[in-house]
Design a protein around this ligand. Structure first.
Ligand code: CMC
Length: 430
């Protein structure tokens, strides 16, 4: 809480209300409006929540003006350079970097939960072969509540932790199974001798007929991308997880709702949409045509992978991914013309008044798909990869909320429908 107060005066009634100002450790001050309706009889109207803080949280900090992103105080650049995805998961969940012993225990725990109930594989096989893997992921994550009854009680901290670890451990197994089902390949079980990212690559791409060696370059690239996607404070999917969490729903249902929210092209679905867009543009000479379409208000087309609600300077994740994209493609010996096309699109957009005036920069999704493609992932798996990484953020945010549960999330509305009118019998209607 800060010493500052904001006084609101309603000119119609002459009544005033003193609103306290909340000051976090960093970031803009926030007006505490809990008393507003009781005091002055008003609600606030903020569609899209551009000016609304829905909770307080100690996990992730973003300064969109300066292009800063930190997990638990650690700059994303340092974590990307030095950390591993599981270490970041630990950091997000528990607030501190683990000691070696804590890390080994955590890694062990996660590794011990990588298998899924065999019946779950039957469930996955019940989906139509051409089901989008995000549809499978959404359904299967929700269904975990039907398999793991010993971790549904969110009032029990031990059950909460068990559910959190299970979800982080099983997401790659389920994700790979959804892909293999589509390909018609037999189930691949997790090899617990491998690290998190290598194990996932093995489950994705190994086939019984051939030896498969996980490429260290691919595992390192995936580790980096997973770290960068792990959390992003109160984005749409995380807010969804928290809203569902506020009802007391079980953890698997909460995270399934996050997966559903992530799927949209304005959110995590953008990485798939970027590749589709680049394919559609096809060659550098068509870039101006698509830039013109993105600027045309009568055309619903948007430059996918561009723009962000919070970042108005640059997205620090995009800067790291752009650099990694060049390195990974070079190390893998991949020459993808889409990289040149993406760079040209970025260059032209960043010089264009429309994008400059609106502070629209490449976001995390702009270059990530080009790396995923170079690693052999089909486009339909891109948002699934985002979901695997973001599961750590979702569970960390859900655990934080469960430690200090507030009231159920229940926004109000500005009603614009009919005022009261009388029912008219069917035969009397015109
Ligand atoms: N292409 C063209 N115009 C755009 C774009 C774009 N990608 N993004 C925003 N604008 C324009 C928009 O039309 C509006 O113009 P005007 O003021 O003239 O009406 C202005 O910029 C502000 O846009 P907005 O829709 O009010 O901004 P928002 O904060 O509500 O939306 C966004 C943010 C990310 C949904 C949006 O920029 C977008 O749709 N981008 C493309 C999809 C995308 O890349 N999403 C991934 C986001 S980052 C990862 C994640 O969160 O999952």
């Amino acid at each position: 809480m800060s010493d500052n107060k904001v006084i609101l005066t309603d000119q119609a009634s002459g009544k005033s209300l003193e609103l306290p100002v909340i000051k976090g450790t960093e970031g803009d001050p926030t007006l505490d409006i809990k008393q507003l309706n009781g005091g002055l009889g008003y609600f606030t109207y903020d569609p899209g929540y551009a000016s609304t803080s829905s909770c307080s949280s100690a996990i992730t900090f973003i300064d969109g003006g300066k292009g800063i992103l930190r997990y638990r105080g650690y700059p994303i650049e340092q974590l990307a350079e030095n950390s591993s995805f599981l270490e970041v998961a630990y950091l997000l969940m528990f607030g501190e970097l683990p000691t070696r012993a804590e890390y080994e225990d955590f890694e062990n725990d996660i590794t011990n939960h990588t298998m899924v109930h065999e019946k779950l594989n039957t469930f996955i096989n019940g989906f139509h072969y051409d089901a989008h893997p995000m549809a499978v992921l959404c359904g299967v994550m929700g269904s975990l509540a039907a398999f793991y009854h010993d971790s549904l009680d969110m009032n029990d901290p031990a059950q909460r932790l068990l559910a959190a670890k299970r979800m982080i451990a099983k997401m790659p197994t389920i994700a790979a199974a959804s892909y293999r089902h589509h390909m018609g390949w037999p189930t691949a079980y997790p090899k617990n001798s491998l690290d998190y990212c290598s194990r996932f690559l093995d489950m994705m791409f190994s086939v019984p007929a051939e030896n498969y060696e996980v490429s260290p370059v691919a595992a390192k690239a995936l580790n980096l991308l997973f770290i960068l996607h792990a959390d992003h404070e109160q984005n749409a999917s995380t807010s969804t997880v928290r809203l569902v969490g506020s009802t007391g729903a079980n953890p698997y249902a909460c995270v399934a709702s996050g997966i559903a929210a992530l799927w949209g092209p304005a959110h995590g679905g953008a990485n798939e949409a970027v590749l589709t867009m680049l394919d559609e543009i096809g060659s550098v000479d068509r870039v101006p045509e698509f830039i013109a379409r993105a600027k045309d208000k009568d055309d619903p087309f948007r430059l996918m992978g561009f723009g962000h609600r919070v970042y108005k300077n640059h997205d620090p994740r995009a800067s790291i991914i752009r650099k990694a994209c060049h390195e990974v493609l070079a190390e893998l010996g991949v020459d993808d013309p889409l990289l040149g096309l993406a760079m040209e699109l970025e260059k032209i957009a960043l010089e264009d008044d429309y994008f400059v005036a609106r502070k629209l920069y490449p976001n995390v999704d702009f270059y990530s798909g080009i790396i995923y493609k170079a690693l052999g992932f089909p486009t339909s798996m891109f948002t699934v990869l985002f979901a695997i990484a973001r599961t750590t953020g979702w569970v960390a945010q859900w655990l934080e909320q469960a430690d200090n549960p507030g009231r159920i999330g229940r926004p109000r509305q500005v009603y614009t429908g009919e005022t009261e009118r009388n029912y008219v019998a069917l035969d009397d209607r015109a």
